[in-house]
Design a protein around this ligand. Structure first.
Ligand code: KG4
Ligand code: ZN
Length: 338
């Protein structure tokens, strides 16, 4: 079974082909970062238009790279939500039209299920059940994963997502959008003892997160500095990253205790953060547990995770029942069926 996967939920156009027998055959990505950078954030209308112009060339590219033709494709999986309405509509309409033209079934996939299962594209992958820490630009959650489609959200952010906090802090420090990865690079040269930021919600029980206060703490600190030179920026970046990493790990620890799980998966764009991975690795080793993560290009948005999730669901005989385009800009992981 060969599944074409299409991801257009935000500002990355991702296309990939996954084979049930042979694994991932090809994967192509067009990032819109340069397009949106001048506006300091994603401009939804520009994102939709750009997806539209990139999808067909990317599909052609993945077919060529995998040595297949359209006749070899057995199904098309696309991101149906959550995400930007226009961007999702473009991907869904494109996938459904292509499915109709090629006479193959289509299936809408939950973007966060894609992130959650991306780790299965790696050789070092977990068995069920596991705890997943999903940290992206739009989401921050801890999920108990009992199997495909069996997800229980244990905790979520009450305000900003971690990636959003990274991006907003990066902006405060004058770094270009999206900023998360650049802030992390800057933090490497930062002095960890110069500033200290609060670890949000660690003093309260439960597994929810809150990151908007942290961003405000950074803002006050930046304003209080007589000169914000390069070293000061690096020191602030380091203190911010340390606060985020410690907060995320402490919540993971709580969730591991609560569930009794011994396997932890970190995924989503912020899952590419090296300091976070290091802390989770150390913490899991101390507990005698194991950490799993997708390679960095599969932490951020990509088509491979959608093709993979689609393949599992097509194998379970799921598919769209009508030609009607149905997207869900807001959609809970817990609403998915097994
Ligand atoms: O999963 P993703 O590609 O898109 C969403 O679904 O949101 O995540 C993008 C987020 C952005 O906020 C970006 O700044 C952040 O992931 N990010 C990072 C790193 N790489 C990407 N944050 C911290 N450290 C990184 N190395
Ligand atoms: Zn994402």
């Amino acid at each position: 079974m060969h599944i074409l996967g299409i991801e257009t939920s935000c500002d990355d156009t991702g296309v990939a082909i996954y084979s049930h027998e042979a694994g991932l055959l090809s994967c192509a990505l067009h990032s819109q970062t340069a397009l949106h950078a001048q506006y300091g954030g994603v401009v939804p209308e520009l994102a939709s238009r750009d997806h539209l112009s990139k999808l067909l060339p990317l599909v052609q590219q993945t077919l060529v790279e995998s040595g297949l033709t359209s006749k070899d494709i057995d199904g098309i999986a696309y991101t149906a939500g959550p995400g930007l309405m226009g961007a999702l509509l473009v991907g869904a309409a494109f996938a459904k039209s292509l499915g109709h033209a090629w006479a193959v079934p289509t299936l809408g996939i939950h973007h966060m299920e894609g992130h959650l299962l991306a780790v299965m594209l790696e050789e070092h992958r977990p068995t069920f059940p596991f705890l997943a820490l999903l940290v992206s630009g739009g989401h921050t959650m801890l999920v108990a994963v009992e199997g495909v489609g069996r997800y229980q959200i244990l905790g979520e952010t009450r305000d900003d997502a971690v990636g959003e906090a990274f991006d907003k802090t990066a902006k405060l420090l004058g770094l270009p959008y999206p900023g998360g990865a650049e802030l992390a690079a800057l933090a490497i040269t930062g002095d960890p003892s110069r500033f200290y930021f609060p670890r949000p919600m660690l003093d309260k029980p439960g597994l929810d997160f809150s990151f908007s206060g942290l961003k405000t703490a950074v803002l006050h600190t930046v304003r209080a500095q007589p000169i914000v030179d390069q070293q000061t920026k690096a020191d602030i970046a380091r203190a911010f990253e340390d606060a985020v990493v410690e907060t995320l790990w402490r919540k993971c620890e709580r969730a591991l205790k609560k569930t009794g799980f011994t396997r932890l998966v970190v995924a989503g764009g912020v899952g590419a953060n090296q300091a976070l991975r290091q802390q989770l690795q150390i913490g899991m080793s101390k507990r005698g547990g194991e950490l799993f993560f997708p390679r960095s290009v599969f932490c951020t948005d990509n088509g491979a995770m959608i093709a993979y999730a689609g393949c599992l669901r097509f194998q379970a005989r799921q598919q769209d029942e009508t030609l009607e385009i149905q997207i869900k800009p807001r959609w809970s992981l817990e609403d998915l069926s097994a």
